[in-house]
Design a protein around this ligand. Sequence first.
Ligand SMILES: Cc1ncc(COP(=O)(O)O)c(C=O)c1O
Length: 419
Amino acid sequence: MADWNLSPNLALNQEVAGRRAAGEDIVHLGFGEARLPAFGPLAERLTAGARRNAYGPVAGGADVREAVAGYFTRRRLPTHPDQVVTAPGSKPLLMAVNHAVPGDVLLPRPCWNTYAPQAVLAGKRAFGVPIPAECGGVPDPAALRETLLATRRQGHDPRTVVITLPDNPTGTLAPPRLVREICALAEEEDLLIVSDEIYRDIVHDPGTPVLSPAEVAPHRTVVTNGLSKTLALGGWRIGVARFPEGPWGDRIRTAVLSVASEVWSTLAGPMQEVAAYAFAEPPAVRARLAACRRLHGAVARDVHRIVVAAGASCRPPTGGFYVYPDFGPCRDRLAAAGVRDSPSLQRHLLDAFGVMVLAGHHLGDDERALRFKAATSMLYGDTAEQQEEALAAADPLRVPHVSAVLERLEETFAKLTAR
Ligand SMILES: Cc1ncc(COP(=O)(O)O)c(C=O)c1O
């Protein structure tokens, strides 16, 4: 590793906190957090779990693994509790999979900023493969084949492909057709698929079909998920993984448990209590998820409208809480303000307009492109009351504090690209 840097999104988050403390008024779209309060019944489970203070089993207790197995089974992925491992977040599980599986890693480009550094920390190479025009989260299948062949010719050994359903950073969900194509290629080339489904329950339109590669290629797909995004519990650190049935899955799971036992030992007891409740999906949790999904969808669609009106091209968001605009069509106008690449675009938005975004090069994208990620979930308000108000509203775009910040963004992007 050449550098030891904080992950760019966490570094930006700290920069914003510092600037705000110094009195700057910043619209922060640079951090992928579901800015919503912890749901009351979850906080009650946390308190109820306070006395779970013993070290539990490394994979998690039987109650939580059963609940998680039920969660997957209800999503057409029949699962035995022994296939489930819980952890303090899905990040450590993804890292443990990197350690457990040999070979290099293929990633969609752009993708979440942690996949590539994790692969490098595990001594691997990570290769970005362009995403298709219609969505992110999966490599374009033809480009994936080309990259596989090219990297093998160069002596590399790609054995894993990571996909994100729905995607961070594009806020889109790959359609079943593309998932099947990736699975077919993985079968042909004997790749492990790591399917990061942490945004799975935030598909905006509940009628949209979600196909997990674990349904198509069950023996070669590891699925990760968690409660950080769907239930806005990032700081509680609850992640889960589902390993394939069969000898390959058993080997990977055993290796992941070995890493887990040496690094984090077990998911914190009180969090297991929360996870057992949440993954069982009682009606209160389902209703909360539905409200979150509505809010994320409404605000992401409005920010999409704003950036497109300003001249950007942008895939319409269908899941999660991000948009990933491309201001390439406005390149000449932006050049007049000294904006020529994604770092200068990020800097200009912050310095001239007080809007923080995460530039595309942090996500593996071409630095010369004028693309960035905007986390639209940061627009629901600064206090728990404001956020609950946005969540409860029939039309969140009409809630005064939400409409005010959206108006500020509309003005910002209109000015950014004004002739
Ligand atoms: C695609 C993706 N996967 C995983 C994570 C990490 O989640 P966790 O909080 O479970 O470690 C994030 C969080 O930003 C994410 O965007």
